[in-house]
Structure formats: structure tokens, C-alpha cells
Ligand binder design. Sequence first.
Ligand code: ADP
Ligand code: MG
Length: 478
Amino acid sequence: MWETIIGLEVHTQLRTKSKIFSSASTDFGSEQNTQACAIDLGLPGVLPVLNKDVVFMAIKFGLAINGKIAKKSIFARKNYFYPDLPKGYQISQYELPIVESGSINIFHKDKSKKIGITRAHLEEDAGKSVHDLFDDKSAIDLNRAGTPLIEIVSEPDIRSAEEAVIYLKKLHSLVRYLEISDGNMEQGSFRCDANVSVKKNTDKKLGIRAEIKNINSFKFVENAINFEVNRQINLLENGNSVIQETRLYDPIKNETRPMRSKEEANDYRYFPDPDLLPVVIDSSMIEKIKSDMPELPDKRLERFIKSYKLSEYDANILIADKFLANYFEETLKANNLESKIVANWIITEILALAKKSNIDTENFPVEPNNLNELLVFVKDDIISSKQAKEILQRMWLKGEKANTIIEKEGFQQISDSTELDKIVENVLKNNYKSVEEYMSGKTKLFGFFVGQVMKETEGKANPKIVNELLRGKLDKKC
Ligand code: ADP
Ligand code: MG
């Protein structure tokens, strides 16, 4: 039997205003080449200055994974030639990274598993080659050059594509909880290289790995790994061997293809950057950051299950995203709403609206207090939950508040039993044949009567009261 071995290298863009070694802005989407200064371009005579925010962020991350924070770490030059790398080297960390030997826990198939994190180091990003701007030429945009990254390298502890995705989602959630990265995968703020190998499960030694570069969606990671595992098993079962190489994932063809093999691999000639001092971190700084740490996903999950009596499944969906979890707690704050009901509304309705309109959890157009107000109307039987869903859609799209929509559109639910009693009486009178059938045992017709009352009231009748009235009257007749 074959066993799959996976180790991931994740690059996360740190959420700073300015770059790692210069004061140029890190904003995404600005006009090309307007955000690269002399330092990012490596012009002669300039010196990089370390942005201290990136150090704080790396420490925060190191603490969150129970890692060792290096008292002294060193920036090194990684030398290679590429058109989008203006200096001819990337400033990174090599022998002495800022964080070492941490871990995170993942839950898979009802089991908890620890994935080791070998190291996390700081580095700068390169620029971007743009191939679709001119017909027969490539263009270079250097806005991204010098953007701060933290590279998080896992141990080869991951055993399947599924586990890889769970690990990545957990890491993604963590950097967002720590507010050290926005984790925006479409903009490349969270991307991953997957190292994949297979071996016979009786073998002690790991197999030869291929490294799939720069995958930027959870789905692609899963597909790329599965493809790669099958490719390697096929090779080995047919008496061929796997070669160590770098591969690219093509999402359109859903396959990986060779990029460069080990023989062509770069010799990076790492050496300490003479322009930068070692980063020295004292324990008081670590203590200070420790005392300011936010509540992290694992703790929050526990708390959500315990204090809000949510199922583990629901709690997991809510806590996976910090902003979603905050949204839930904010919505629940006032008016004694039931936590389970609020959780349901957010998980089904709100998340569906967010998905449809492609809005992320940080930017929901319906404020938590407005969702609270809507749910209070439902709780007080002013509107039915079916009406509330309709109203919520309008709140989401038009930014109106629940009470405005209810007043303007006459959405009020009819809960006055005297008024409903009259309508129910009428429905029964006008459908006496069905009443007779009901009495002779065709009890399925109950739904038909409810439907008729709803039709009469244009869906505004309070279904609970209608049910009670109908039961009372029909059972009396029986
Ligand atoms: P490099 O510096 O060449 O990228 P590293 O030793 O730093 O190599 O490993 C990079 C990643 O590859 C790590 O995440 C590690 O866990 C993973 N890895 C190492 N050996 C294997 C293997 N045989 N199969 C799968 N992953 C591996
Ligand atoms: Mg690597």
C-alpha cells in the first residue's frame, strides 16, 4: 500500500502599511510601478531599514503556534536572476529564522492531529510579470517588490490532500485571528507550495518529492496534490522513478507539469545581508506581545460550544472566520435572542447571501444590530420567518432596515386571532367538500387548508395561529 507524504510551505503577506524595508505603500491594485521606491528597486547607495511591525507580527505568529522565538535572527540574501527581482537577490532568512519548531492541531475524521511547523521566516516579495498587457512583450510591475511575507514551513506530517486543505484552512484562520494578514487568496496574500512524495507504507525512508509551486486556492491545492500522488504512484508501479523537481499546477487541465528539475535548480548562494543588522528580540518584548494576544480559534471553539450550546459543527463554521464569529456574537448581544437561532440564520441565510454577492465576512452590508432587530420581529411574531428571509435579502441588497421595509411594504404578519378566525371559518365554508373528505379520514388535507388561509392573506397569516385554529375547528367537527 502507498502512503502519501506532504509538507507545505505557505507564503502569507503581512498586513503592514509600508513595505518590509522601505516606506513605500503596500496597497493592492494601485497603478503599476507607482509603489516601488529606490530601496525596493535596490538602486545604488540606498540602505534597507527593517519595519518593526513585521517583527511584532512574526512574534505573534510564533506564540500562537507555540514556537520558539529566536533571540537573534539574521536576514540573508537569496541570489537568483529573474526579471521581476530588481536587486538580483531576495532578502529572506535562512540559517537563523525568527520562529522555529511550533505546531498546530487539526481535526479530521473526528480525530485531532498535530502538524509540526519547522520554521517561519520573514522575507520580501518579488515584483510581478504581466503577460497579457502587450501582444508580444511581457511587462513588469514592481509594486509588490518588497512587500513583507512570512513563510511558514511545515514538517512532512501531512498524509492526504484532505488533511493538507484542513491544515491550510486552519493556518488561514489563524493569521486572520492574529490580524497579521488579510489572507486574501485571490490577491495572492496567502499562497502555498506543496511538497509531495509517496512511499510504501512499510518503508521507513521518505520518497523523492516534487514541489508544486504557488497554488492559490484550497480547491487547487486538493486537486494538485491528488493529481501528483496518482502520477507518482503510476510511475513507481510501472518500474519508473520519481525525480526531484519543481512543478506547476494547471487548473484548466487539472494537471501538474515540470517547471525545472534539480539539475537546473538554482544555487542561491545565501549569505548574511551586510546592509541589515541581526534582529534582536528581548523577553520583555515577547511578554508584552503575549499579554496582548487575542482569543485564538481553538479557545473560541470551546467557548462557543460551552456558553452558546452550539453543536460542534455549527461552532466550527462560525469560529473558522474571526469576523464571522464576531458578527455572531454582536448579533446575539441584545434582546435575548436564542443562540441556536441566530447561528442558524447566519450559517444558512447570511452566508448564502455573502456567497452569492461575493462579499467577505469583514464587509457584510447588514450590521449585526440590524439583523438582531429583524430576528426580534420574528421572535415577537410580527413577521414569519419566511417573510424575514425576503426582508433580509432586501436589507442586504438595498441597505434598508427591517422596520422600514416592514412598514413600507405592509409586511406585517396577521397574528390577531379574531381576524384569523374569520378567515379560517370562511376557508372551511368555501371548501366544505374537502372538509368532509378530511373528516372521513383524509387527514393529509390539513396542509391544503393552511395553504388556502395563506392564499387568502397573501402569506401574511401567522402560521402557528392558523395551525391552532384549524386543528381546533376540524377536530371539533370530527
Ligand atoms: P527546500 O529548502 O528544498 O524547499 P526543505 O527541506 O526545507 O527543502 O523542505 C521543504 C518542505 O518539503 C517542507 O515543508 C518539508 O516538510 C517538505 N518535505 C521534505 N521532504 C519531503 C518528502 N520526502 N516528501 C514530502 N515533503 C517533504
Ligand atoms: Mg522549498
